[in-house]
Design a protein around this ligand. Structure first.
Ligand code: FAD
Length: 494
Protein backbone atom coordinates (compact mmCIF):
# COMPACT_ATOMS: atom_id res chain seq x y z
CA UNK A 1 0.00 0.00 0.00
CA UNK A 2 1.37 3.37 -1.04
CA UNK A 3 1.70 5.78 1.86
CA UNK A 4 -0.49 8.88 1.87
CA UNK A 5 0.64 12.31 3.03
CA UNK A 6 0.04 11.85 6.73
CA UNK A 7 -0.62 8.12 6.95
CA UNK A 8 0.89 6.00 9.71
CA UNK A 9 3.08 3.13 8.42
CA UNK A 10 0.73 0.41 9.80
CA UNK A 11 -1.79 -0.40 7.01
CA UNK A 12 -4.67 -0.93 9.47
CA UNK A 13 -4.04 2.44 11.07
CA UNK A 14 -3.64 4.00 7.64
CA UNK A 15 -6.98 2.57 6.57
CA UNK A 16 -8.70 3.74 9.75
CA UNK A 17 -7.25 7.21 9.31
CA UNK A 18 -8.43 7.47 5.71
CA UNK A 19 -11.85 6.06 6.56
CA UNK A 20 -12.26 8.67 9.25
CA UNK A 21 -11.24 11.41 6.84
CA UNK A 22 -13.69 10.10 4.24
CA UNK A 23 -16.53 9.95 6.76
CA UNK A 24 -15.95 13.54 7.76
CA UNK A 25 -15.67 14.70 4.15
CA UNK A 26 -11.97 15.60 4.43
CA UNK A 27 -10.47 12.96 2.11
CA UNK A 28 -9.23 14.74 -0.98
CA UNK A 29 -9.39 13.43 -4.54
CA UNK A 30 -5.58 13.47 -4.62
CA UNK A 31 -5.46 11.16 -1.58
CA UNK A 32 -8.05 8.84 -3.10
CA UNK A 33 -6.08 8.68 -6.36
CA UNK A 34 -2.97 7.56 -4.48
CA UNK A 35 -4.65 4.35 -3.30
CA UNK A 36 -3.69 1.52 -5.66
CA UNK A 37 -6.38 -0.79 -7.11
CA UNK A 38 -6.96 -3.80 -4.88
CA UNK A 39 -6.19 -7.11 -6.62
CA UNK A 40 -8.77 -9.89 -6.41
CA UNK A 41 -7.45 -12.80 -4.35
CA UNK A 42 -7.67 -15.97 -6.42
CA UNK A 43 -6.88 -19.67 -6.24
CA UNK A 44 -3.49 -20.85 -7.40
CA UNK A 45 -3.61 -21.53 -11.18
CA UNK A 46 -1.98 -24.95 -10.94
CA UNK A 47 -4.15 -26.14 -8.05
CA UNK A 48 -7.33 -24.98 -9.73
CA UNK A 49 -6.69 -26.91 -12.96
CA UNK A 50 -8.44 -29.87 -11.39
CA UNK A 51 -10.87 -28.03 -9.13
CA UNK A 52 -14.40 -26.74 -9.61
CA UNK A 53 -13.94 -24.35 -6.69
CA UNK A 54 -14.56 -20.67 -7.42
CA UNK A 55 -11.39 -19.10 -8.80
CA UNK A 56 -11.93 -15.54 -7.55
CA UNK A 57 -12.03 -15.71 -3.77
CA UNK A 58 -13.52 -12.26 -3.07
CA UNK A 59 -12.29 -9.16 -1.25
CA UNK A 60 -11.60 -9.14 2.46
CA UNK A 61 -13.35 -6.39 4.39
CA UNK A 62 -10.13 -4.39 4.47
CA UNK A 63 -9.60 -4.70 0.73
CA UNK A 64 -13.19 -3.68 0.07
CA UNK A 65 -12.74 -0.58 2.19
CA UNK A 66 -9.47 0.38 0.50
CA UNK A 67 -11.11 -0.09 -2.88
CA UNK A 68 -14.20 1.86 -1.82
CA UNK A 69 -11.99 4.75 -0.76
CA UNK A 70 -10.73 5.03 -4.35
CA UNK A 71 -14.18 6.17 -5.50
CA UNK A 72 -14.13 9.93 -6.09
CA UNK A 73 -17.86 10.20 -5.28
CA UNK A 74 -18.45 12.22 -8.47
CA UNK A 75 -21.36 14.65 -8.34
CA UNK A 76 -22.48 13.49 -11.78
CA UNK A 77 -21.39 9.84 -11.76
CA UNK A 78 -20.74 8.55 -15.26
CA UNK A 79 -20.45 4.99 -13.86
CA UNK A 80 -24.22 5.03 -13.21
CA UNK A 81 -24.78 5.92 -16.87
CA UNK A 82 -22.57 2.96 -17.81
CA UNK A 83 -24.66 0.50 -15.76
CA UNK A 84 -27.51 -1.02 -17.80
CA UNK A 85 -29.81 -0.96 -14.75
CA UNK A 86 -28.47 2.32 -13.31
CA UNK A 87 -27.33 1.10 -9.89
CA UNK A 88 -26.56 4.12 -7.67
CA UNK A 89 -22.89 3.16 -7.55
CA UNK A 90 -21.28 6.02 -5.57
CA UNK A 91 -24.03 5.73 -2.96
CA UNK A 92 -23.52 2.04 -2.30
CA UNK A 93 -19.74 2.49 -2.31
CA UNK A 94 -19.93 5.23 0.29
CA UNK A 95 -21.95 2.82 2.48
CA UNK A 96 -19.00 0.38 2.29
CA UNK A 97 -16.73 3.14 3.58
CA UNK A 98 -19.14 3.58 6.48
CA UNK A 99 -19.38 -0.19 7.07
CA UNK A 100 -23.14 -0.13 6.37
CA UNK A 101 -23.29 -3.22 4.20
CA UNK A 102 -27.02 -3.86 4.58
CA UNK A 103 -27.71 -0.33 3.39
CA UNK A 104 -25.29 -0.80 0.48
CA UNK A 105 -27.15 -3.97 -0.51
CA UNK A 106 -30.52 -2.23 -0.25
CA UNK A 107 -29.27 0.49 -2.63
CA UNK A 108 -28.07 -2.09 -5.16
CA UNK A 109 -31.30 -4.06 -4.87
CA UNK A 110 -33.38 -1.03 -5.79
CA UNK A 111 -32.35 -1.75 -9.38
CA UNK A 112 -30.52 -5.09 -9.45
CA UNK A 113 -32.08 -8.14 -7.88
CA UNK A 114 -29.10 -10.51 -8.19
CA UNK A 115 -25.99 -8.65 -6.98
CA UNK A 116 -24.08 -11.79 -5.95
CA UNK A 117 -24.50 -13.03 -9.52
CA UNK A 118 -23.89 -9.73 -11.33
CA UNK A 119 -20.90 -8.87 -9.13
CA UNK A 120 -19.31 -12.05 -10.46
CA UNK A 121 -20.32 -12.29 -14.11
CA UNK A 122 -21.20 -8.79 -15.38
CA UNK A 123 -18.76 -7.39 -17.94
CA UNK A 124 -18.09 -4.31 -15.79
CA UNK A 125 -14.99 -3.42 -17.83
CA UNK A 126 -17.20 -2.45 -20.78
CA UNK A 127 -20.01 -0.99 -18.67
CA UNK A 128 -19.75 0.90 -15.35
CA UNK A 129 -15.97 0.60 -15.00
CA UNK A 130 -15.35 1.82 -18.52
CA UNK A 131 -17.39 4.92 -17.71
CA UNK A 132 -15.64 5.50 -14.35
CA UNK A 133 -13.46 8.65 -14.33
CA UNK A 134 -10.55 6.60 -12.97
CA UNK A 135 -10.68 4.47 -16.11
CA UNK A 136 -10.40 7.63 -18.18
CA UNK A 137 -7.57 8.93 -16.02
CA UNK A 138 -5.51 5.72 -16.04
CA UNK A 139 -6.64 4.58 -19.49
CA UNK A 140 -7.63 1.13 -18.24
CA UNK A 141 -11.01 -0.16 -16.96
CA UNK A 142 -9.11 -2.50 -14.65
CA UNK A 143 -7.66 0.55 -12.88
CA UNK A 144 -11.13 2.06 -12.46
CA UNK A 145 -12.87 1.52 -9.13
CA UNK A 146 -13.56 -2.25 -9.04
CA UNK A 147 -17.31 -1.77 -8.92
CA UNK A 148 -18.15 -5.39 -9.68
CA UNK A 149 -15.90 -6.72 -6.94
CA UNK A 150 -17.42 -4.28 -4.47
CA UNK A 151 -20.92 -5.31 -5.53
CA UNK A 152 -19.97 -8.93 -4.96
CA UNK A 153 -18.43 -8.09 -1.58
CA UNK A 154 -21.63 -6.38 -0.43
CA UNK A 155 -23.81 -9.23 -1.66
CA UNK A 156 -21.62 -11.90 -0.03
CA UNK A 157 -21.56 -10.03 3.29
CA UNK A 158 -25.30 -9.83 3.46
CA UNK A 159 -26.29 -13.10 1.81
CA UNK A 160 -26.87 -15.11 4.95
CA UNK A 161 -29.24 -12.48 6.29
CA UNK A 162 -31.20 -12.13 3.06
CA UNK A 163 -34.69 -10.87 3.78
CA UNK A 164 -37.73 -11.94 1.80
CA UNK A 165 -39.16 -9.05 -0.24
CA UNK A 166 -42.62 -7.93 0.84
CA UNK A 167 -45.49 -9.35 -1.21
CA UNK A 168 -48.63 -7.24 -1.71
CA UNK A 169 -52.15 -8.50 -1.00
CA UNK A 170 -53.35 -11.17 -3.49
CA UNK A 171 -54.75 -9.66 -6.68
CA UNK A 172 -56.38 -12.88 -7.89
CA UNK A 173 -54.39 -12.58 -11.14
CA UNK A 174 -52.14 -15.35 -12.47
CA UNK A 175 -48.80 -14.79 -14.23
CA UNK A 176 -46.86 -17.48 -16.12
CA UNK A 177 -43.10 -17.08 -16.51
CA UNK A 178 -41.63 -19.29 -19.22
CA UNK A 179 -37.96 -19.98 -18.50
CA UNK A 180 -36.12 -19.50 -15.22
CA UNK A 181 -32.99 -17.59 -16.35
CA UNK A 182 -32.07 -14.23 -14.83
CA UNK A 183 -34.82 -12.44 -16.81
CA UNK A 184 -37.44 -14.92 -15.64
CA UNK A 185 -36.25 -14.75 -12.03
CA UNK A 186 -36.56 -10.96 -11.96
CA UNK A 187 -39.91 -10.95 -13.78
CA UNK A 188 -41.22 -13.56 -11.31
CA UNK A 189 -40.02 -11.62 -8.26
CA UNK A 190 -41.43 -8.29 -9.41
CA UNK A 191 -44.84 -9.64 -10.45
CA UNK A 192 -45.09 -11.68 -7.25
CA UNK A 193 -44.26 -8.57 -5.21
CA UNK A 194 -47.31 -6.93 -6.78
CA UNK A 195 -49.47 -9.71 -5.30
CA UNK A 196 -50.03 -11.86 -8.39
CA UNK A 197 -49.97 -15.65 -8.30
CA UNK A 198 -46.79 -16.52 -10.21
CA UNK A 199 -45.74 -19.83 -11.78
CA UNK A 200 -42.40 -20.44 -13.50
CA UNK A 201 -42.35 -23.16 -16.16
CA UNK A 202 -38.84 -24.50 -16.78
CA UNK A 203 -37.81 -27.03 -19.43
CA UNK A 204 -34.87 -28.39 -17.42
CA UNK A 205 -35.20 -30.30 -14.16
CA UNK A 206 -33.62 -27.41 -12.29
CA UNK A 207 -34.26 -23.63 -12.42
CA UNK A 208 -31.65 -20.94 -13.07
CA UNK A 209 -31.16 -20.91 -16.85
CA UNK A 210 -27.63 -20.28 -18.09
CA UNK A 211 -26.64 -19.40 -14.54
CA UNK A 212 -26.86 -23.11 -13.68
CA UNK A 213 -26.41 -24.93 -16.97
CA UNK A 214 -23.90 -22.70 -18.78
CA UNK A 215 -21.69 -20.65 -16.47
CA UNK A 216 -19.40 -23.05 -14.61
CA UNK A 217 -19.23 -23.53 -10.86
CA UNK A 218 -15.66 -22.17 -10.81
CA UNK A 219 -17.01 -18.77 -11.96
CA UNK A 220 -20.43 -18.76 -10.32
CA UNK A 221 -21.09 -21.21 -7.47
CA UNK A 222 -24.48 -22.80 -7.95
CA UNK A 223 -25.32 -22.36 -4.26
CA UNK A 224 -25.59 -18.62 -4.94
CA UNK A 225 -28.13 -19.13 -7.71
CA UNK A 226 -30.02 -21.62 -5.56
CA UNK A 227 -30.23 -19.07 -2.77
CA UNK A 228 -31.94 -16.63 -5.15
CA UNK A 229 -34.33 -19.36 -6.31
CA UNK A 230 -35.09 -20.18 -2.66
CA UNK A 231 -36.03 -16.54 -2.07
CA UNK A 232 -38.54 -16.78 -4.93
CA UNK A 233 -40.04 -19.94 -3.47
CA UNK A 234 -40.28 -18.35 -0.04
CA UNK A 235 -42.09 -15.41 -1.66
CA UNK A 236 -44.67 -17.92 -2.90
CA UNK A 237 -43.55 -18.33 -6.52
CA UNK A 238 -44.37 -21.81 -7.82
CA UNK A 239 -41.69 -23.48 -9.96
CA UNK A 240 -42.65 -26.30 -12.30
CA UNK A 241 -39.57 -28.02 -13.81
CA UNK A 242 -39.48 -30.47 -16.74
CA UNK A 243 -42.19 -28.41 -18.45
CA UNK A 244 -41.48 -27.41 -22.06
CA UNK A 245 -43.79 -24.62 -23.16
CA UNK A 246 -44.58 -25.27 -26.79
CA UNK A 247 -44.72 -29.01 -26.11
CA UNK A 248 -46.24 -29.68 -22.67
CA UNK A 249 -48.60 -26.69 -23.11
CA UNK A 250 -48.60 -23.85 -25.62
CA UNK A 251 -48.66 -20.14 -24.80
CA UNK A 252 -52.28 -19.98 -26.05
CA UNK A 253 -53.26 -22.88 -23.76
CA UNK A 254 -51.69 -21.16 -20.76
CA UNK A 255 -53.72 -18.03 -21.52
CA UNK A 256 -56.97 -19.51 -22.77
CA UNK A 257 -57.33 -22.81 -20.88
CA UNK A 258 -55.10 -22.62 -17.81
CA UNK A 259 -56.34 -19.28 -16.49
CA UNK A 260 -53.14 -17.23 -16.79
CA UNK A 261 -53.71 -13.50 -17.23
CA UNK A 262 -50.22 -12.76 -18.54
CA UNK A 263 -47.23 -14.70 -19.86
CA UNK A 264 -43.59 -13.60 -19.81
CA UNK A 265 -41.39 -15.45 -22.30
CA UNK A 266 -37.77 -15.67 -21.16
CA UNK A 267 -36.58 -18.83 -22.89
CA UNK A 268 -33.11 -17.51 -23.78
CA UNK A 269 -31.11 -18.32 -26.89
CA UNK A 270 -30.20 -21.93 -26.29
CA UNK A 271 -29.75 -23.31 -29.80
CA UNK A 272 -26.04 -23.76 -30.59
CA UNK A 273 -24.65 -22.81 -33.98
CA UNK A 274 -22.36 -25.20 -35.83
CA UNK A 275 -19.76 -24.53 -38.50
CA UNK A 276 -21.33 -26.70 -41.20
CA UNK A 277 -18.02 -28.37 -42.05
CA UNK A 278 -17.08 -31.96 -42.86
CA UNK A 279 -16.72 -34.19 -39.81
CA UNK A 280 -18.97 -32.21 -37.46
CA UNK A 281 -21.05 -35.31 -36.67
CA UNK A 282 -18.04 -37.41 -35.62
CA UNK A 283 -17.91 -38.89 -32.13
CA UNK A 284 -16.10 -36.39 -29.92
CA UNK A 285 -17.63 -33.22 -31.38
CA UNK A 286 -19.70 -31.28 -28.85
CA UNK A 287 -21.47 -27.98 -28.91
CA UNK A 288 -20.23 -25.90 -25.98
CA UNK A 289 -23.83 -25.87 -24.77
CA UNK A 290 -24.02 -29.64 -24.52
CA UNK A 291 -20.54 -29.93 -23.05
CA UNK A 292 -21.18 -27.31 -20.37
CA UNK A 293 -24.70 -28.56 -19.62
CA UNK A 294 -23.40 -32.07 -19.03
CA UNK A 295 -20.63 -30.76 -16.82
CA UNK A 296 -22.49 -28.04 -14.90
CA UNK A 297 -26.13 -29.00 -14.69
CA UNK A 298 -25.76 -32.77 -14.81
CA UNK A 299 -22.49 -32.78 -12.81
CA UNK A 300 -20.93 -35.22 -15.28
CA UNK A 301 -17.55 -34.68 -13.63
CA UNK A 302 -18.94 -36.82 -10.81
CA UNK A 303 -20.20 -39.54 -13.16
CA UNK A 304 -20.18 -42.94 -11.49
CA UNK A 305 -19.95 -41.27 -8.11
CA UNK A 306 -23.16 -39.30 -7.62
CA UNK A 307 -24.07 -38.30 -11.21
CA UNK A 308 -25.77 -40.35 -13.94
CA UNK A 309 -24.66 -38.32 -16.95
CA UNK A 310 -21.36 -39.23 -18.63
CA UNK A 311 -19.05 -36.94 -20.54
CA UNK A 312 -16.32 -38.05 -22.95
CA UNK A 313 -12.78 -37.76 -21.65
CA UNK A 314 -10.19 -36.41 -24.03
CA UNK A 315 -6.43 -35.84 -23.99
CA UNK A 316 -6.27 -33.07 -26.58
CA UNK A 317 -9.20 -30.73 -27.01
CA UNK A 318 -9.80 -27.97 -29.58
CA UNK A 319 -12.35 -25.34 -28.60
CA UNK A 320 -13.52 -23.26 -31.53
CA UNK A 321 -14.52 -19.65 -30.80
CA UNK A 322 -13.37 -16.58 -28.89
CA UNK A 323 -16.21 -15.59 -26.58
CA UNK A 324 -17.02 -16.24 -22.92
CA UNK A 325 -18.67 -19.53 -23.80
CA UNK A 326 -15.49 -20.73 -25.54
CA UNK A 327 -13.44 -19.67 -22.52
CA UNK A 328 -15.78 -21.54 -20.13
CA UNK A 329 -15.64 -24.67 -22.28
CA UNK A 330 -11.84 -24.58 -22.53
CA UNK A 331 -11.39 -24.09 -18.80
CA UNK A 332 -13.91 -26.85 -18.12
CA UNK A 333 -12.00 -29.22 -20.45
CA UNK A 334 -8.84 -28.54 -18.43
CA UNK A 335 -10.70 -29.42 -15.23
CA UNK A 336 -12.11 -32.58 -16.79
CA UNK A 337 -8.59 -33.89 -17.26
CA UNK A 338 -7.47 -32.87 -20.78
CA UNK A 339 -3.70 -32.67 -21.15
CA UNK A 340 -3.76 -29.96 -23.80
CA UNK A 341 -6.58 -27.58 -24.60
CA UNK A 342 -6.31 -25.35 -27.66
CA UNK A 343 -8.53 -22.38 -28.24
CA UNK A 344 -8.81 -21.87 -31.98
CA UNK A 345 -9.96 -18.41 -33.06
CA UNK A 346 -10.00 -16.92 -36.52
CA UNK A 347 -9.04 -13.39 -35.54
CA UNK A 348 -6.48 -12.20 -32.95
CA UNK A 349 -6.68 -11.71 -29.20
CA UNK A 350 -7.55 -8.03 -29.66
CA UNK A 351 -10.82 -8.95 -31.41
CA UNK A 352 -11.88 -11.71 -29.02
CA UNK A 353 -15.27 -10.91 -27.48
CA UNK A 354 -14.44 -12.82 -24.26
CA UNK A 355 -13.84 -10.84 -21.08
CA UNK A 356 -10.17 -10.01 -20.57
CA UNK A 357 -10.30 -11.51 -17.09
CA UNK A 358 -11.55 -14.84 -18.46
CA UNK A 359 -8.84 -14.90 -21.14
CA UNK A 360 -6.25 -14.22 -18.44
CA UNK A 361 -7.60 -17.00 -16.23
CA UNK A 362 -7.74 -19.44 -19.15
CA UNK A 363 -4.13 -18.70 -20.06
CA UNK A 364 -3.02 -19.06 -16.43
CA UNK A 365 -4.67 -22.48 -16.35
CA UNK A 366 -2.79 -23.63 -19.43
CA UNK A 367 -5.20 -23.07 -22.32
CA UNK A 368 -3.15 -22.57 -25.52
CA UNK A 369 -4.43 -19.92 -27.93
CA UNK A 370 -4.18 -20.49 -31.67
CA UNK A 371 -5.10 -17.28 -33.44
CA UNK A 372 -5.88 -16.49 -37.07
CA UNK A 373 -7.04 -19.99 -37.94
CA UNK A 374 -10.23 -22.01 -38.00
CA UNK A 375 -11.09 -25.60 -38.86
CA UNK A 376 -12.05 -26.38 -42.40
CA UNK A 377 -12.75 -30.04 -41.65
CA UNK A 378 -12.67 -32.44 -38.76
CA UNK A 379 -10.81 -35.66 -39.48
CA UNK A 380 -12.01 -38.97 -38.03
CA UNK A 381 -10.68 -42.51 -37.76
CA UNK A 382 -12.28 -45.78 -38.93
CA UNK A 383 -14.56 -45.80 -35.89
CA UNK A 384 -15.76 -42.24 -36.63
CA UNK A 385 -13.94 -40.76 -33.64
CA UNK A 386 -12.30 -37.35 -33.91
CA UNK A 387 -8.57 -37.60 -34.61
CA UNK A 388 -7.59 -34.12 -35.85
CA UNK A 389 -8.77 -30.83 -37.30
CA UNK A 390 -7.46 -29.28 -40.47
CA UNK A 391 -7.28 -25.52 -40.12
CA UNK A 392 -6.98 -22.79 -42.68
CA UNK A 393 -5.01 -19.70 -41.71
CA UNK A 394 -6.02 -16.07 -42.01
CA UNK A 395 -4.73 -12.55 -42.08
CA UNK A 396 -6.84 -9.58 -41.01
CA UNK A 397 -8.45 -7.32 -43.60
CA UNK A 398 -10.82 -4.36 -43.55
CA UNK A 399 -13.54 -4.18 -40.87
CA UNK A 400 -16.70 -6.19 -41.58
CA UNK A 401 -20.28 -5.44 -40.46
CA UNK A 402 -19.35 -6.23 -36.84
CA UNK A 403 -16.70 -3.48 -37.00
CA UNK A 404 -13.92 -6.02 -36.46
CA UNK A 405 -11.25 -6.70 -39.11
CA UNK A 406 -12.41 -9.40 -41.48
CA UNK A 407 -10.33 -12.61 -41.42
CA UNK A 408 -9.10 -13.29 -44.96
CA UNK A 409 -7.85 -16.80 -45.79
CA UNK A 410 -4.20 -17.05 -46.78
CA UNK A 411 -3.80 -19.12 -49.93
CA UNK A 412 -2.51 -22.67 -49.22
CA UNK A 413 -1.83 -21.88 -45.56
CA UNK A 414 -3.14 -24.90 -43.68
CA UNK A 415 -2.17 -27.02 -40.70
CA UNK A 416 -3.36 -30.17 -39.00
CA UNK A 417 -3.86 -30.28 -35.25
CA UNK A 418 -4.19 -33.67 -33.58
CA UNK A 419 -7.08 -33.64 -31.13
CA UNK A 420 -9.57 -36.20 -29.89
CA UNK A 421 -12.33 -33.74 -29.01
CA UNK A 422 -13.73 -30.63 -30.67
CA UNK A 423 -16.00 -28.22 -28.80
CA UNK A 424 -17.84 -25.76 -31.02
CA UNK A 425 -18.46 -22.43 -29.29
CA UNK A 426 -19.30 -20.05 -32.12
CA UNK A 427 -22.55 -18.72 -30.72
CA UNK A 428 -26.15 -19.53 -29.88
CA UNK A 429 -29.40 -18.47 -31.47
CA UNK A 430 -33.06 -18.61 -30.51
CA UNK A 431 -34.68 -22.05 -30.42
CA UNK A 432 -37.58 -22.14 -32.92
CA UNK A 433 -40.04 -24.01 -30.65
CA UNK A 434 -41.98 -20.98 -29.38
CA UNK A 435 -42.10 -19.52 -32.90
CA UNK A 436 -43.40 -22.78 -34.35
CA UNK A 437 -46.13 -23.11 -31.74
CA UNK A 438 -47.30 -19.53 -31.15
CA UNK A 439 -49.29 -18.10 -34.04
CA UNK A 440 -49.62 -14.32 -33.84
CA UNK A 441 -46.30 -13.71 -32.08
CA UNK A 442 -43.95 -11.61 -34.19
CA UNK A 443 -40.28 -12.50 -34.61
CA UNK A 444 -37.45 -10.77 -36.44
CA UNK A 445 -35.35 -12.35 -39.18
CA UNK A 446 -32.91 -13.88 -36.66
CA UNK A 447 -35.75 -15.60 -34.81
CA UNK A 448 -35.92 -13.24 -31.83
CA UNK A 449 -39.23 -12.04 -30.42
CA UNK A 450 -40.08 -8.44 -31.32
CA UNK A 451 -41.06 -6.29 -28.32
CA UNK A 452 -41.66 -2.59 -27.74
CA UNK A 453 -39.67 -0.59 -25.17
CA UNK A 454 -41.96 -1.93 -22.43
CA UNK A 455 -41.24 -5.55 -23.42
CA UNK A 456 -44.79 -6.02 -24.73
CA UNK A 457 -44.95 -8.40 -27.70
CA UNK A 458 -47.32 -8.35 -30.67
CA UNK A 459 -49.73 -10.59 -28.71
CA UNK A 460 -51.99 -9.17 -26.02
CA UNK A 461 -51.00 -10.28 -22.48
CA UNK A 462 -47.69 -11.74 -23.74
CA UNK A 463 -44.37 -10.13 -22.77
CA UNK A 464 -40.79 -11.16 -23.48
CA UNK A 465 -37.24 -10.30 -22.52
CA UNK A 466 -33.65 -11.48 -22.23
CA UNK A 467 -31.78 -13.45 -24.88
CA UNK A 468 -34.94 -14.49 -26.76
CA UNK A 469 -35.39 -10.79 -27.53
CA UNK A 470 -31.82 -9.46 -27.56
CA UNK A 471 -30.01 -12.46 -29.04
CA UNK A 472 -27.25 -13.98 -26.90
CA UNK A 473 -26.59 -11.01 -24.56
CA UNK A 474 -25.77 -10.67 -20.87
CA UNK A 475 -27.20 -11.47 -17.46
CA UNK A 476 -27.72 -7.84 -16.51
CA UNK A 477 -29.53 -7.02 -19.76
CA UNK A 478 -31.82 -10.02 -19.30
CA UNK A 479 -32.53 -8.92 -15.74
CA UNK A 480 -33.22 -5.38 -16.91
CA UNK A 481 -35.77 -6.62 -19.42
CA UNK A 482 -37.36 -8.94 -16.87
CA UNK A 483 -37.90 -5.91 -14.69
CA UNK A 484 -39.35 -3.78 -17.52
CA UNK A 485 -41.69 -6.61 -18.55
CA UNK A 486 -42.84 -7.11 -14.95
CA UNK A 487 -43.64 -3.39 -14.66
CA UNK A 488 -45.76 -3.64 -17.84
CA UNK A 489 -47.53 -6.77 -16.57
CA UNK A 490 -48.25 -5.11 -13.22
CA UNK A 491 -49.57 -2.01 -14.99
CA UNK A 492 -51.74 -4.01 -17.41
CA UNK A 493 -53.18 -6.21 -14.64
CA UNK A 494 -53.91 -3.30 -12.29
C1 FAD B 1 -21.56 -20.54 -21.18
C2 FAD B 1 -22.11 -19.15 -21.05
C3 FAD B 1 -21.41 -18.21 -20.33
C4 FAD B 1 -21.90 -16.92 -20.19
N1 FAD B 1 -21.20 -16.02 -19.43
C5 FAD B 1 -21.73 -14.80 -19.20
C6 FAD B 1 -21.06 -13.88 -18.35
O1 FAD B 1 -19.98 -14.13 -17.85
N2 FAD B 1 -21.65 -12.69 -18.11
C7 FAD B 1 -22.86 -12.36 -18.64
O2 FAD B 1 -23.39 -11.29 -18.34
N3 FAD B 1 -23.51 -13.21 -19.48
C8 FAD B 1 -22.97 -14.42 -19.76
N4 FAD B 1 -23.63 -15.28 -20.58
C9 FAD B 1 -24.92 -14.85 -21.18
C10 FAD B 1 -26.04 -14.89 -20.14
O3 FAD B 1 -25.95 -16.03 -19.37
C11 FAD B 1 -27.39 -14.79 -20.83
O4 FAD B 1 -27.41 -13.58 -21.55
C12 FAD B 1 -28.56 -14.80 -19.83
O5 FAD B 1 -28.52 -15.95 -19.02
C13 FAD B 1 -29.89 -14.74 -20.57
O6 FAD B 1 -30.91 -14.81 -19.62
P1 FAD B 1 -32.41 -15.19 -19.99
O7 FAD B 1 -33.22 -14.88 -18.80
O8 FAD B 1 -32.77 -14.59 -21.28
O9 FAD B 1 -32.44 -16.75 -20.21
P2 FAD B 1 -31.50 -18.01 -19.98
O10 FAD B 1 -30.51 -17.80 -18.90
O11 FAD B 1 -31.02 -18.44 -21.30
O12 FAD B 1 -32.57 -19.05 -19.44
C14 FAD B 1 -33.64 -19.48 -20.24
C15 FAD B 1 -34.32 -20.64 -19.55
O13 FAD B 1 -35.49 -20.97 -20.28
C16 FAD B 1 -35.62 -22.39 -20.35
N5 FAD B 1 -36.41 -22.71 -21.53
C17 FAD B 1 -36.04 -22.64 -22.83
N6 FAD B 1 -37.06 -23.00 -23.62
C18 FAD B 1 -38.10 -23.29 -22.81
C19 FAD B 1 -39.43 -23.71 -23.04
N7 FAD B 1 -39.89 -23.88 -24.28
N8 FAD B 1 -40.22 -23.93 -21.97
C20 FAD B 1 -39.76 -23.75 -20.70
N9 FAD B 1 -38.50 -23.34 -20.43
C21 FAD B 1 -37.69 -23.10 -21.47
C22 FAD B 1 -34.18 -22.87 -20.46
O14 FAD B 1 -34.05 -24.22 -20.07
C23 FAD B 1 -33.47 -21.91 -19.50
O15 FAD B 1 -33.46 -22.41 -18.20
C24 FAD B 1 -23.14 -16.57 -20.78
C25 FAD B 1 -23.84 -17.51 -21.55
C26 FAD B 1 -23.33 -18.78 -21.69
C27 FAD B 1 -24.10 -19.79 -22.51
Amino acid sequence: MEKGLDQPSNPDQALDALLEKARTGRLSAAERLKIPPQPMPQLDPVARRRSMQEVAVGYTEQQAKWEALRCLQCKRPSCVEGCPVRIQIPQFISCIVEGRYDRALAIIKQTSLLPAVCGRVCPQEVQCQQACVLCKRFGDPFKAVSIGRLERFVADQARSSDEIPKVDRPTGKKVAIVGSGPGGIVAAADTRRAGHEVTIFEAFHMPGGVLVYGIPEFRLPKAIVQQEIDVLVRMGVKIIPNFVVGKTRTIQQLLQEDGFDAVYIGVGAGLPRFMGIEGESLVGVYSANEYLTRANLMKAYMFGDCADTPIAKARNVAVIGGGNVAMDAARMAIRLGAERVYLVYRRTEAEMPARREEVHHAREEGVEFLFLQSPQRIIGDDLYHVRAIECIHYQLGQPDRSGRPRPIPILDARSVLEVDMVIVAIGNVAHPLIRQTTAGLQFNETGNIIVDEHCRTSMARVYAGGDIVLGAATVILAMGQGRIAAASINEDLA
